[in-house]
Design a protein around this ligand. Structure first.
Ligand SMILES: Nc1nc2c(c(=O)[nH]1)N[C@H]1C(S)=C(S)[C@@H](COP(=O)(O)OP(=O)(O)OC[C@H]3O[C@@H](n4cnc5c(=O)[nH]c(N)nc54)[C@H](O)[C@@H]3O)O[C@H]1N2
Ligand SMILES: Nc1nc2c(c(=O)[nH]1)N[C@H]1C(S)=C(S)[C@@H](COP(=O)(O)OP(=O)(O)OC[C@H]3O[C@@H](n4cnc5c(=O)[nH]c(N)nc54)[C@H](O)[C@@H]3O)O[C@H]1N2
Ligand code: SF4
Ligand SMILES: [Mo]
Length: 920
């Protein structure tokens, strides 16, 4: 495999999304000084054939030396009392201490008084060791993963209908489909490299039908032939009405239903009253759209469904998944090229967690902890007498149990629950109450860190070695390109060393072995547990992966290739070999809007950010596309409520409130609001998940992170401070720490990076009392500015400050404080834009005061690779009248790199007003 690589290059897999793109990582330097200098797409990897999106393409920038060191956890740190500072200690002492705490807790309160909360960003080997540790040594099923927030409804949907948690289709089906049905997926932003493949398929076959079901007009919807902007949470009503129409029109495949399925009559009865007219009412979309969707799904096939959190993160997530899979079964759109339900996985190794059964309700190899035979099989493999039978706690329940004092010791690895779980105030309160919290993290400064008694430094990509499985069941190697920094260690090794120490203190748990000499040995033990199972990996050694590259499962012993598609023979892994229809009725979202909280809050991703941003947050360039937190509302909604674009509003749900700037967005319908899930307390005071709710799907226990009822009103925080400045690269991380320390008790505070080759920070504070003198001084100092050397324009009586620093003909730093009046805000925006865009400075007077130059909206970067803004694209079209996309791209180069922005560029080019009508 590695014949084409030079000595300083290794093949690995992108650490971000479940597309699972292959990367080639080039390093330079020796020993501790070795650095990643380039990451490019692997042309041989079947998930991406050399492509990367904005996030993958900027991986090398996350490894810049001045960012890596201060941003990482480098040694174990322990605090012995809640308010005591943490002190450094040796690994042996750290793990001994943890083992004593866990063992004492188990001895006093039983095994279910401890819990492990892990992550789909762990490698398969890490996952496997944590699972064995929890069940075989700690003796509890309290081991769950952030996949509970992500994929558990997909797991439940597959298990209920097809009999096993196995996505039956593959990426190649995109090239072969006649109809692509996206539901609750914004793949254009969340799975960009797959979207490039969709564009290719479109180009090759212009009659390919693209349907998108999403309440918002996303970039994915922008590309669709048919966009069903359904009301949030109404997918089951839509899918049932589609089936109703299919039955009426005779589009179902009776022969397939009769030969390969059970339960169709019950579903047919359930959809009898689900007429398209009824669904049009429930979903808020035209009847014709529902009929067209049904026709294309059934007759323009083969039909491939691609779906994600719009279905999964719902109190009826399992029903949504099952209803969609039901459409595939009813039309025979499964088990053949171009067809099938392909749930897109979010995290790079969401699949690995499902395979190794590292979730409360799963056991390794698609086994079930409530089944005695399954428990026995795993216990035998692990060399213990038995495994616990009591059901384990799932993510939301687990933190509720911590809050209630039933779980006392909790071990968190590779996830940031105080940012990403619903109702984060409750999560924080729970962790504050816990007796002992271990956090195994790679990066410093996450929202969960303050709650950790013991911090364990983990190595991460590009230092780790192991395997991951992507959305199409393809197993790829992750290969280490660098040694871990400081004392950081691999996750599997930390878990194994802790297990050995816990075994010493728990004699009954001594049978299980944890003495692997590397992750390859863990892999070999693990794949032994899959022999004869539907996901059989017994033939897939690391040698095979080395020789033949990434492979799909099943890959049983003796095989020479994995299987691209499942169920081609119409036989399913159920007792009788038949798939099952589910017949769940449509149910509304758990928290309906009412008079006090009239808006529906949707949440989701933006293109260039990854979750809480511990990694993408290191690259200022990745903020340019979505530079600051905001609550988006439909423009009509903004107007109706009398809000001005950009003003601060207080957003409140039943659980908590936070203050954000409000923005108009054409992607939303009236009555709806959207906030990106990335804006945790690391970036904006409070963090978005204060608002969200933990209403659970009854089967999958996945929380309804996408739907909450909220109220919005103008924030009563008249005093404002904005500070923006460039900082030297070596001070980037320290400046952030110092600025975050200035959040204090401000009613609203945010701290966001900007820049490309150079970088800096923007701090915004809003308060109900004046800021005085000390805080602005501290802010200036955080930017490395001596207040004595600044140009100062002040009206102390009115609390108005303008502190500026110019250098080399441009403004480098500006601090504006005042009473938040319109003139103040305009001035702050003007100065901010001048610093961020590095505009040559002609006259300070033109920037200051109400008589300042007319405001142009700040430019927003659309194309991250080349650095092209919306203003440049609009300006070019306005000047030239050019509306041919390729001509605009040839002139500006936008969208010619990774292509993640191409849909947006096309929209801007189409919508740009043209002053000159020569060619228009
Ligand atoms: N850039 C980026 N990419 C990522 C990630 C990231 O952090 N950043 N994270 C990865 C992870 S872990 C995941 S899970 C995936 C998520 O990938 P996606 O699920 O595609 O992303 P989201 O934006 O969370 O949600 C998708 C869409 O669901 C819509 N939606 C909301 N409610 C409903 C509903 O009731 N019905 C329907 N049909 N749609 C609804 C939202 O409007 C949103 O556009 O992304 C992965 N890729
Ligand atoms: N409102 C709302 N909330 C959501 C969602 C939503 O759509 N809306 N989506 C949900 C979904 S689908 C997901 S997947 C979650 C994601 O939520 P989280 O799991 O909290 O997301 P991350 O920020 O990726 O957290 C991973 C953490 O692991 C650390 N880390 C990175 N590499 C390693 C490593 O190798 N080892 C260790 N030990 N640590 C490492 C990172 O620094 C980071 O802090 O968010 C969920 N929350
Ligand atoms: S699509 Fe982007 S984030 Fe996802 S694996 Fe590929 S390069 Fe990484
Ligand atoms: Mo996810």
């Amino acid at each position: 495999m590695d014949a084409t690589l030079s000595d300083d290059e290794v093949r690995s897999t992108c650490p971000y999304c479940g597309v699972g793109c292959g990367t080639i990582v080039r390093t330079q330097g020796e020993g501790e000084a070795r650095r990643v200098v380039e990451v490019r797409g692997d042309p041989q990897h079947p998930a991406n054939f050399g492509r990367l999106c904005t996030k993958g393409a900027t991986l090398a920038k996350t490894q810049r030396v001045e960012l890596v060191r201060p941003g990482r956890l480098l040694s174990p740190m322990l605090r012995t009392a809640r308010d005591a500072p943490r002190g450094r200690l040796a690994w042996d002492d750290a793990l001994d201490h943890a083992a004593t705490r866990f063992a004492d807790c188990i001895a006093a309160h039983g095994p279910d008084s401890v819990a492990f909360y892990v992550s789909g960003q762990l490698l398969t080997e890490d996952y496997y060791v944590f699972n064995k540790l929890a069940r075989a040594v700690a003796g509890t099923n309290n081991v769950d993963s952030n996949s509970r927030l992500c994929m558990s409804s997909a797991v439940a949907g597959y298990r209920r209908t097809l009999g096993a948690d196995a996505p039956p289709a593959c990426y190649e089906d995109i090239d072969l489909a006649g109809c692509l049905f996206f539901a609750g997926s914004n793949a254009a932003w969340a799975h960009p490299v797959l979207m490039r493949r969709v564009e290719d398929a479109r180009r090759a076959r212009p009659d390919l039908k693209l349907v998108v079901v999403d309440p918002r007009r996303t970039d994915t919807a922008e590309l669709a032939d048919l966009h069903l902007a359904i009301l949030p949470g109404t997918d089951v009503a839509l899918f049932h009405a589609m089936l109703h129409a299919m039955l009426w029109e005779g589009w179902v495949d009776r022969a397939y239903i009769d030969a390969h399925t059970e339960g169709f009559e019950a579903l047919r009865a359930a959809v009898r009253d689900c007429t398209p007219a009824w669904a049009a009412e429930v979903c808020g979309v035209p009847v014709e759209s529902i009929l067209t969707a049904a026709r294309w799904f059934a007759t323009a096939g083969p039909t491939l469904s691609l779906y994600c959190q719009g279905l999964n993160q719902s109190s009826s997530g399992t029903a949504k998944n099952a209803a969609l899979i039901g459409l595939h079964l009813a039309t025979g759109q499964i088990g053949r090229p171009g067809a099938g339900p392909l749930s897109l996985t979010g995290q790079p190794n969401a699949m690995g967690g499902r395979e190794t059964g590292t979730m409360a309700n799963l056991l390794p190899g698609h086994r079930d902890p409530s089944n005695a035979a399954d428990r026995d099989a795993v216990a035998r493999h692990w060399g213990v007498d038995s495994l616990p039978a009591a059901p384990g706690l799932t993510a939301v329940e687990l933190f509720e149990a911590v809050g209630a004092g039933r779980v006392r010791c909790v071990w968190i690895a590779c996830t940031n629950p105080v940012q990403s779980l619903p109702d984060t105030e409750a999560v924080a309160a729970a962790l504050a109450r816990a007796e002992f919290v271990v956090l195994q993290e790679a990066y410093a400064g996450t929202a969960t860190e303050p709650f950790a008694d013991l911090l364990l430094p983990a190595s991460t990509w590009p230092e780790k070695s192991g395997t991951v499985t992507n959305s199409e069941r393809r197993v790829s190697r992750v290969r280490a390109a660098l040694p871990a920094p400081g004392e950081a260690r691999a996750d599997w090794a930390i878990a194994a060393d802790f297990a050995l120490r816990l075994q010493v203190r728990r004699p009954a748990a001594r049978g299980a072995r944890f003495d692997w000499d590397g992750p390859g040995a863990v892999w070999d033990e693990w794949r032994g547990l899959t022999a004869g199972r539907d996901l059989d990996l017994s033939g897939l050694s690391w040698d095979v992966l080395e020789r033949d590259g990434p492979q799909q499962w099943p890959y049983p012993a003796g095989a020479s290739a994995g299987r691209a598609r499942l169920y081609e023979d119409g036989r399913f892994p159920t007792a009788d070999g038949r798939a099952r229809f589910a017949a769940e009725p449509w149910r509304a979202v758990a928290e309906a809007p009412d008079a006090r909280r009239p808006l529906r809050l949707l949440t989701g991703r933006t293109r260039d950010a990854w979750h809480g941003g511990s990694r993408t947050g290191l690259v200022p360039q990745l903020f340019a596309h979505d530079p600051e937190p905001s609550l988006q509302l439909a423009p009509a909604e903004l107007e109706r409520r009398g809000f001005v674009d950009g003003e601060l509003v207080e957003v409140a749900s039943r659980r908590g409130a936070l203050t954000l700037p409000v923005r108009g967005s054409g992607t939303l319908r009236a009555g709806q609001a959207f906030v990106s899930m990335h804006w945790g307390p690391e970036w904006v005071s409070g963090g978005v998940n204060r608002l969200t709710l933990g209403a659970l799907d009854p089967v999958s226990k996945q929380p309804e992170l996408k739907h909450a009822a909220i109220s919005v009103r103008r924030a009563a925080l008249p005093y404002r401070l904005t500070a923006v400045g460039r900082v030297a690269p070596q001070h980037h991380a320290a400046a952030r720490e110092a600025l975050r320390a200035c959040f204090g008790a401000a009613g609203h505070a945010s701290c966001l990076p900007f820049g490309r080759e150079e970088s800096g920070w923007t701090l915004r504070l809003a308060s109900d009392e004046p800021f005085g003198e000390a805080l602005p001084q501290a802010v200036a100092a955080a930017f490395g500015r001596d207040p004595g050397t600044l140009l100062r324009y002040e009206d102390r009586r009115r609390g108005r400050l303008r502190w500026l620093a110019a250098e080399g003909g441009r403004l480098d730093f500006a601090l504006v404080a005042g009473d938040g009046g319109e003139a103040d805000e305009a001035e702050a925006r003007r100065l901010q834009a001048t610093v961020v865009e590095a505009t040559p400075l002609r006259s300070l007077a033109a920037l200051l005061g109400p008589a300042g130059a007319a405001d142009t909206p700040r430019a927003r970067t659309v194309c991250s690779c080349v650095g092209v803004t919306d203003r440049q694209i609009l300006g070019f079209v306005a000047r030239t009248g050019e509306r041919r996309l390729d001509a605009v791209q040839a002139a500006l180069s936008c969208g010619t790199g990774c292509g993640s922005c191409r849909i947006e560029v096309a929209r801007l080019v189409a919508e740009a007003p043209v002053a000159d009508t020569r060619t228009a």
